[in-house]
Design a protein around this ligand. Structure first.
Ligand code: BES
Ligand code: MN
Ligand code: ZN
Length: 489
């Protein structure tokens, strides 16, 4: 879909040209573009302010059918995210207008505060991510994605950034896959079905996947994970994906929470909280998506994705508050609340992965707590780690990819809140406050001295409404973040 190409606007026939414009400065060096921008700005309704859009049809002395100008605001304020948003909006404009191809007038990086690589990368990402429609459940498919996006470039830029197309397409394609899995309703992704979806996607990129069933989980004594799954007629699955290059010196394990529907269990969630709980497998979707991208990116580290997948349901066979269970690691847990199920499936998966792979670094992603959304809102994830470098690296990758993360503390004395009279731990805090922290502290009891970070993604994995390069529903949050991170930790 993406191509970096030298385009001579005077000679070549262009159907749809999209042009970013700043209100305070000319960001193009091509003379023809500069004169086109001046023509657009000669109309009172277009000043190049953020959100301004104007279309000129068949501008004189060109072979352009339509040139669409997008205002970006002041040049000095623009960063990578501004260009992702611009490209996303440009693609959406074309989709809405029923146009199948778009030529993007890349601005000159020397006129901007972003470097050329960030500029090209962001334009590619915004184009790919914005070019996505989830209409699988609609009888009438109203819109079709754009088939071709050409990024205008000099010969040198074409040489430098053509290979970027492949890696951006792999990462963004994986991100879109994660979005689709998250948006898919729970009736079509019960644990076995979701595990199969992951395996099928992995097969396409030549990645090895193992699916462990409930009988295996019983033999291995995944007591906490099985306890969560026992209320559902659909049995749990543990999915393991391995990318293992020969020369790998390091092993990274990624663990993703995969609750295909979180009803809360016997502690049933009320109306208002339950409707979007098909998204409670977003951690698993992000990990699986990352593994798909990793198969293309081929980093020189071993990467293993581990996804515990269950459905949390109330029934005659469900776990009850007050039940005491024994986790894979051996520690016993009293169920204070059946809705605190994510931490239960994660600790078994993490303890098993640590025993099995002895990773240098383990990162888990989970839609773990509403409290994290209260703390950081719907667009920023919480990061917890005892390793300050690891946390800082995650936060930095979040800045770069705009999958933003903010570190929260792991205070030892708060562990007091997880003490229980009868079992080794309670699965919920005895207090009301700091729920994201106590959940992370609960996890910390099961990682030993492994270098570990927990990312609570409960907020940013789901969007109520569409934004610049993401539709309503699953956002694919985590895939771009982890892909950026893997080479850095
Ligand atoms: N899946 C939820 C967390 C969640 C809440 C995700 C809102 C996305 C949006 C998790 O399993 C849960 O229910 N957590 C409880 C924990 C509580 C019982 C200690 C919560 O946050 O209320
Ligand atoms: Mn829950
Ligand atoms: Zn949950």
């Amino acid at each position: 879909m993406l191509e970096v190409k030298a385009v001579n606007l005077k000679r070549v026939k262009v159907d749809t040209l999209v042009v970013p414009v700043c209100e305070d400065r000319d960001i193009h060096t091509d003379k023809l573009l500069t004169s086109l921008v001046a023509a657009a700005k000669s109309f009172a309704e277009f000043k190049g302010k953020k959100g301004d859009v104007i279309t000129l049809f068949q501008p004189a002395e060109t072979r352009i059918t339509r040139a669409v100008f997008f205002g970006l605001g002041k040049a000095g304020t623009l960063d990578g995210e501004s260009f992702r948003a611009f490209a996303g909006n440009a693609v959406k404009f074309c989709i809405n207008a029923g146009l199948s191809a778009m030529t993007l007038a890349t601005p000159s990086a020397t006129e901007l505060t972003v470097n050329a690589e960030t500029l090209f990368g962001s334009l590619m990402e915004g184009s790919c991510l914005g070019n996505h429609i989830f209409d699988r459940y609609k009888m009438e498919k109203e819109k079709t994605p754009v088939k071709k996006v050409v990024l205008m470039a000099t010969a040198a830029q074409k040489k430098a950034y053509s290979s970027l197309v492949k890696s951006v397409a792999a990462v963004c394609g994986a991100s879109l896959k994660a979005r689709e899995w998250v948006t898919t309703p729970s009736n079509d992704k019960r644990p076995e079905a979701f595990a199969d979806m992951i395996r099928n996607a992995a097969r396409e990129v030549g990645l090895k996947t193992r699916i462990m069933d409930d009988r295996w989980l019983e033999k291995q004594q995944f007591g906490a994970m099985l306890a969560v799954g026992q209320g559902s007629s659909a049995k749990p699955r543990l999915v393991v994906m391995e990318y293992s290059p020969k020369a790998a010196k390091k092993t990274i394990v990624l663990v993703g929470k995969g609750v295909t529907f979180d009803s809360g269990g016997i502690n049933l969630k009320p109306s208002g909280s339950i409707e979007t709980m098909k998204m409670d497998m977003s951690g698993a979707a992000a990990v699986a998506g990352t593994m798909l991208a990793v198969a293309h990116l081929k980093p020189d580290v071993k990467v293993v994705g581990v996804m515990p997948i269950v459905e949390n349901m109330p029934s005659g066979t469900a776990i009850r508050p007050g039940d005491i269970i024994r986790s894979y690691a051996g520690k016993t847990i009293e169920i204070g609340n059946t809705d605190a199920e994510g931490r239960l499936i994660l600790i078994d998966a993490m303890a098993w992965a640590i025993r099995h792979y002895q990773p240098d670094t383990l990162i888990d992603l989970a839609t773990l707590t509403g409290a994290c959304v209260v703390a950081l809102g719907e667009k920023i994830a919480g990061v917890f780690s005892k390793d300050p470098d690891l946390a800082a690296t995650i936060v930095a990758s979040g800045e770069k990819t705009h999958e933003r993360c903010w570190q929260l503390p792991l205070p030892e004395d708060y562990k007091e809140l997880l003490k229980n009279d009868f079992a080794d731990l309670n699965n919920v805090s005895n207090g009301r406050w700091g729920g994201a922290i106590t959940a992370a502290l609960f996890l910390s009891e099961f990682v030993g001295d492994t270098r570990w970070a927990h990312i609570d993604i409960a907020g940013p994995v789901w969007a109520k409404k569409a934004s610049d390069y993401c539709g309503a529903g699953g956002t694919g949050f985590g895939v771009r973040l982890l892909c950026d991170l893997i080479g850095k930790i």
